[in-house]
Design a protein around this ligand. Structure first.
Ligand SMILES: *[C@@H]1O[C@H](CO)[C@@H](O)[C@H](O)[C@H]1NC(C)=O
Ligand SMILES: *[C@@H]1O[C@H](CO)[C@@H](O)[C@H](O)[C@H]1NC(C)=O
Ligand SMILES: *[C@@H]1O[C@H](CO)[C@@H](O)[C@H](O)[C@H]1NC(C)=O
Length: 637
């Protein structure tokens, strides 16, 4: 039979939305049925073609189909059960490699056929050897799988490792299932091949044995698929980055100088240069000058609004930060002993800052305020859409936040979607940098500026409707909130074809003012997240929001803006392989933090839900063999 004809045979069954692995099993049942019909047909065997060589051609074509299936990389997991199964899977895979070597050789046109003994030896080692046969390994695998729900147990054990593996639990189960199912197909195909071969060589009837093998295999794969499907439907599909071993500019970025701790004397905060009030009086004001060239002369004045002043103590030492720093002060130490920030040595030399009395009854106090000064501040978020090139059938395969200049952007990775949920490869789509001050770049259209009143960011986890995949993301303003949205595009699973015209933006438009309001995530005395000793875990939930604010006064002299932004790429690990990327259906923004830490805002992605595609259909019903048991003719001499 010609290879081309076999491909035609493989073309059927495309209508059902099965995984590539489940589809190959389905196709093999069809091939097997036809082969048994031929093998038991005396005219076929006697046609002089040499039934054994014909057989190898069919299996050679089968292998080409198997090779096309994107193979998950070898999973190294902690699970005992998985390791046991994995060991046996490797035995079968090893056998299969030798088997295919043999088959490839025999199927080569013009090859000298191997001696009959070699064929029989192979069949025997596949079926009979009590210790090392394929049949034995397959039985063992099944034994282990019956031992417990391998999928669920592995995911429970690996839960903490999702960070390291960079796979969602769902992805992990899907890869495990594919690994097991694909190897079982190989084992099963080799066993059927062997029965057919023995039949061709007249060693017995074997239709009964082959039928039994098929029946067991079909039951077993049915159970495995059912277990995998159930585990997939229950497992989490989200993926995010955890704390890196060291925090660097490649792992996080900061909003800067949004509301920054600022020391100012009362005398400079009113138009009359008086000291008639106290610090708390100044809830919203601005700088009005620099009286008598005091401390004000030594620091940059606040060019924006001065907010929420408080009196801490009269006299202090202030350690100025370097000119290049986004901080104003490294630390402040008051005479009463209170310290703000981490007091230590001071490279630029600490300055003594003392309040003074004016005519005995007016105290010109130094206040600790917040400065909302947009000049030199990094507080912009791009509102431009980040979309995959859907006209070339590309989908989003990963996402990250980046800071380009003073502006934060959503940046995506994209890859071409092909048949049955497979994405060919992944590339980064660089966000286009722009300067908010550039002519033609518009506030509210191109970017959002954080201010005291408009500094909330919504934390949502968004997924596409069934049958859709992720093709973009953007920020949009809803009221005073910066709001995250995803773009979903429907697609045909079997062909991989996107329907760009049916794309839609998806968001959770709930606000704080609604009937069931969006809730606020509070930060408690937030220090810099990079100083945290404990691992920071996700502490936000869908339908929350958080406000950018200043770091804690005591911990950091309120010099930084928290949360920080996690800029690590979130690309499911398969995408890091050159071969293939992971299909996604959703994305979200979350906060990772702890009490006493400002934490990080990061993106997460949601991997595509494969559960409905995992299915081991039984062999065609008319295919069940009804023949009686054969008398077994021992092989070999
Ligand atoms: C079975 O035999 C028929 C007739 O010889 C042939 O056309 C067909 O290709 C064979 N099938 C396979 C799978 O080899
Ligand atoms: C061998 O199998 C065929 C079916 O392929 C069946 O019709 C036949 O009766 C069997 N012969 C023996 C001797 O069992
Ligand atoms: C997907 O595309 C195939 C081939 O064009 C078609 O037969 C099938 O009906 C489509 N499926 C859906 C759900 O539209």
């Amino acid at each position: 039979m010609r290879i081309a004809a076999l491909f035609a045979l493989f073309a059927i069954g495309l209508a059902t939305e099965l995984t590539p692995t489940d589809l190959v099993r389905q196709k093999f049942y069809d091939l097997e049925e036809e082969l048994w019909r031929n093998v038991t047909d005396p005219s076929w065997r006697d046609s002089g073609l040499g039934g054994d060589v014909e057989l190898t051609k069919a299996f050679f074509a089968l292998n080409e189909q198997i090779e096309l299936i994107p193979r998950p990389k070898r999973l190294t997991l902690k699970s005992w059960l998985w390791n046991k199964v994995s060991e046996k899977l490797q035995v079968v895979d090893g056998f299969y490699m030798n088997f295919m070597e043999f088959v490839r050789h025999q199927a080569t046109p013009g090859a000298v056929p191997a001696p009959v003994k070699e064929w029989l030896d192979m069949a025997e080692s596949i079926l009979m050897d009590p210790k090392t046969s394929v049949a034995q390994a397959v039985r063992k695998i099944h034994g282990f799988l019956e031992h417990g729900d391998i999928f669920r147990s592995v995911v429970q054990e690996e839960d903490s490792d999702v960070c390291d593996l960079q796979m969602s639990p769902h992805q992990l189960i899907y890869d495990m299932y594919n690994t097991i199912a694909l190897t079982e197909i190989k084992g099963y195909a080799m066993m059927q091949f062997s029965w057919m071969l023995l039949r061709i060589y007249g060693r017995g009837n074997f239709t009964q044995e082959a039928s039994l093998t098929r029946q067991r295999y079909s039951e077993r794969t049915g159970q495995t698929a059912t277990a995998a499907r159930a585990a997939l439907a229950m497992s989490k599909r989200d993926l995010y980055r955890c704390d890196p071993p060291v925090h660097t500019s490649a792992t996080y970025a900061e909003v800067t100088r949004l509301l920054q701790g600022y020391v100012e004397n009362e005398v400079d905060m009113n138009g009359d240069a008086t000291c008639k009030e106290n610090c708390a009086f100044y809830t919203l004001t601005e700088n009005h000058g620099c009286y008598m060239e005091q401390f004000c002369y030594k620091q940059d004045k606040c060019r924006g609004r001065i907010i929420d002043c408080q009196y801490l103590d009269s006299d202090m030492w202030v350690c100025p930060a370097s000119r290049h720093s986004q901080r104003r002060y490294e630390w402040i130490e008051y005479e009463n002993g209170r310290t703000l920030g981490r007091v230590g040595s001071c490279r630029l030399g600490a300055t003594k800052v003392d309040s003074w009395w004016r005519w005995l009854f007016w105290h010109c106090s130094y206040c600790m305020c917040l400065c909302d000064d947009a000049t030199g501040s990094h507080r912009f978020f791009s509102l431009r859409e980040a979309k995959a090139d859907i006209s070339n059938n590309k989908v989003v395969t990963g996402m990250r936040l980046v800071k380009l200049g003073k502006v934060f952007h959503i940046q995506i990775y994209q890859g071409k979607l092909v048949e049955r949920g497979f994405v060919e490869s992944s590339e980064e789509v660089l966000a286009q940098a722009f300067d908010p001050e550039q002519a033609g770049v518009l506030e509210g259209v191109d970017y959002h500026t954080l201010t005291y009143e408009r500094r909330a960011i919504d934390l949502d986890e968004l997924d596409s409707p069934s049958g859709h995949v992720l093709t973009g993301a953007r920020f949009r303003m809803i009221g005073a909130h910066l709001h995250f949205e995803i773009r979903a595009t429907p697609f045909n699973y079997t062909t991989g074809k996107l329907h760009p015209e049916k794309s839609q933006w998806i968001s959770n438009d709930n606000t704080e003012g609604s009937h069931t309001p969006r809730t606020r995530l509070e930060l408690y005395k937030p220090d810099l997240p990079t100083r945290s000793h404990a691992a920071l875990r996700i502490d936000s939930q869908h339908d929350q929001y958080i406000e950018f604010t200043h770091s804690d006064f005591d911990a950091d002299a309120a010099q930084s803006t928290v949360p920080f932004i996690d800029v690590q790429p979130v690309v499911p690990s398969k995408a890091l392989n050159t071969k293939g990327a992971t299909l996604l259906s959703g994305a979200g923004l979350y906060h990772r933090g702890a009490r006493g830490s400002g934490g990080f805002i990061g993106v997460k992605v949601i991997t595509y839900d494969y559960s409905k595609h995992v299915k081991a259909e039984p062999p065609p019903s008319e295919f069940v063999d009804e023949s009686e048991t054969t008398e077994f003719v021992p092989i070999v001499n």
